[in-house]
Design a protein around this ligand. Structure first.
Ligand SMILES: OC[C@H]1O[C@H](O[C@H]2O[C@H](CO)[C@@H](O)[C@H](O)[C@H]2O)[C@H](O)[C@@H](O)[C@@H]1O
Length: 532
């Protein structure tokens, strides 16, 4: 609450320099929560180390410097950029080394045995859903063992906690993130055909599915049948601010109500639930999206939204679990095929908007389907292999129209709120799913437009921040950096890095690299040189 650091996450990421009992008594000596700002600064200096010092970069030997898929990228500039990005993995692979912590010292990191990929910047730890999108690139870059190690870390978290936490920190233990672990194992299997690994993972994947069914299911009234259908939502059980954004959550809750701890607890739970969705934060989760920017999160109701993307993911998870059990000739813990088809039917009833061919969230707070497009509306096209052709045409015509106005990619929503999962932010995972959906439903021209927009955004933002390619592309004059790969982009202006939300835009960046390399593989012969 003293805001010693611009970003609340900085403090909770610092390991102690002394045994925890000594740190606590030093804190008591300066007056505990009544300490002055000056004494707090000194206390932190004396008792805490640098954030991230328990992590070491890893010297990766298996990186393929000339991966085969890049040879079919016809444009020389795009191909050279692909090689550059392929080389960036070495900056994002880490191992944990807790050995330098003194005896009795503590760190907020969850122990991970194997090497892993991090998003980059302030995100120093492994993140759950980010890993899926990074893997799409890592596997193509020849990082097969590292991909397996990253997945193994997540599996071991399921083993220890029964689910995959948001990220590998103790403060993420009250929530998960979009459940993509089963799809990571599937992806890994498609690349390696390593059935033994699937066999090893399957019991834990089934356990994770059980966790989602037990803690995140909700009954939704179904207009067309008059009965109820079961779907899933994000749901975090907490009555405390998120430690990594403590002062933000605290101030928000106290703005809504100064004294009512019940109302404050509701806000904390809905904020943590927003973080579980991966979309932290967005007007998608608020009841009053028209509120002024500084009040927009005051009506956050994430737990009252039944999200399209979560259900689209779980449908794929259920199909994949059925398929894995088939492949291994093992008896499934559940009839996954049946669960998937019931989920699909429920989604068609509750979420499908016939007019646009898109799927919308369902709002439990007013028992209505949302009426606004969000980028998640297209996710069933990634999950459902067969969808009526005319419906798909309508949906991707809608997407094409959004692209006409947003040359940098599909924005998270169409509403400007200053939140990072709203217009104009175009996020790599959202572009990936839109491209996958378009490919699967044979909407090739929209798929290519999405791919070109994505490549343009990533490339131009990198170029504008000093990126260059030996013998091919000169560095822009007046740039001091050497090119950044951002976590998100502006859909409104090609080459503009993203912004908004609780922290400064981060560079690195795991999922951006992953989706870029995947897109170069899928669309290599057709992509043209970006003009920035
Ligand atoms: O510290 C604020 C929040 O930051 C994370 O969210 C964002 O970054 C993640 C890592 O790239 C990404 O997975 C997520 O979609 C982003 O919105 C974190 O996941 C949140 O829990 C945290 O509160």
């Amino acid at each position: 609450m003293a805001k010693i650091f611009a970003d609340d996450k900085t403090f909770v990421d610092k390991p102690t320099l002394k045994p925890v009992s000594q740190v606590l008594s030093a804190f008591a000596q300066i007056g505990g929560i009544n300490a002055t700002r000056e004494s707090l600064i000194q206390f932190i200096d004396e008792n805490f180390g640098e954030e991230g010092e328990e992590l070491k970069p890893v010297n990766i030997t298996e990186l393929d410097m000339s991966p085969q898929f890049l040879t079919q990228v016809s444009d020389p500039l795009v191909r050279a950029f692909g090689h550059k990005v392929n080389g960036y993995w070495s900056q994002l692979i880490r191992e944990q080394d807790l050995s330098e912590l003194c005896s009795g010292c503590i760190s907020s990191m969850l122990q991970l045995k194997y090497h892993f990929v991090v998003p980059g910047g302030r995100f120093r730890e492994i993140y759950y859903w980010d890993t899926y999108f990074a893997l799409e690139g890592m596997l193509r870059s020849g990082l097969v063992n590292l991909s397996q190690s990253s997945i193994r870390n997540l599996l071991s978290l399921v083993d220890q906690y029964g689910f995959v936490p948001n990220g590998a920190r103790v403060y993420y233990l009250d929530r998960s993130q979009p459940p993509l672990l089963t799809l990571m194992v599937k992806l890994y299997y498609e690349f390696t055909r390593d059935l033994a690994f699937v066999a090893e993972a399957l019991p834990l994947l089934q356990r994770e599915h059980q966790y989602w069914m037990q803690n995140h299911s909700v009954d939704v009234p179904c207009g067309t049948t008059g009965g109820m259908v079961r779907l899933s939502r994000y749901f975090v059980n907490t009555d405390q601010p998120r430690p990594e954004s403590y002062s933000d959550d605290y101030e928000l809750a106290h703005n809504v109500s100064k004294n009512d701890s019940g109302i404050q607890a509701e806000i904390y739970a809905n904020m943590a639930t927003g973080a579980e969705s991966g979309w932290d934060f967005s007007t998608r989760w608020v009841q009053d999206a028209q509120a002024p920017k500084d009040k927009i999160l005051e009506t956050i109701r994430t737990q009252q939204v039944v999200p399209v993307d979560l259900n689209a993911i779980l449908y794929q998870v259920e199909m994949a679990l059925a398929e894995m059990n088939n492949l291994l000739k093992t008896s499934p813990m559940e009839d996954y095929q049946k669960l998937a088809s019931e989920r699909r039917q429920a989604m068609e009833h509750v979420m499908l908007d016939e007019a646009t061919g898109l799927y919308f969230d369902y709002h439990l707070y007013n028992h209505k389907r949302a009426s606004q497009f969000v980028a998640a509306s297209i996710w069933p096209y990634w999950s459902f292999e067969s969808i009526d052709e005319q419906q798909a045409k309508r949906a991707f015509t809608y997407i094409a129209q959004i692209l006409d106005k947003n040359p940098g990619g599909i924005p998270a929503t169409l509403i400007y709120s200053g939140q990072q999962w709203d217009w104009p932010m175009a996020w790599p995972p959202l572009q990936y799913v839109a491209m996958q959906g378009a490919l699967l439903h044979k909407q090739f021209s929209v798929a290519l437009r999405l791919a070109q927009a994505y490549v343009n955004s990533v490339f131009c933002a990198w170029y504008m921040t000093g990126g260059s390619l030996v013998g091919i592309l000169e560095k822009l004059p007046n740039t001091t950096d050497s090119g950044h790969i951002f976590e998100k982009f502006s859909s409104a202006q090609v080459g503009m890095q993203g912004g908004g939300g609780e922290y400064n835009v981060q560079a690195g960046f795991g999922w951006t690299n992953g989706v870029l390399l995947w897109a170069l593989d899928k669309f290599g012969p057709q992509l043209t040189a970006p003009t920035c």
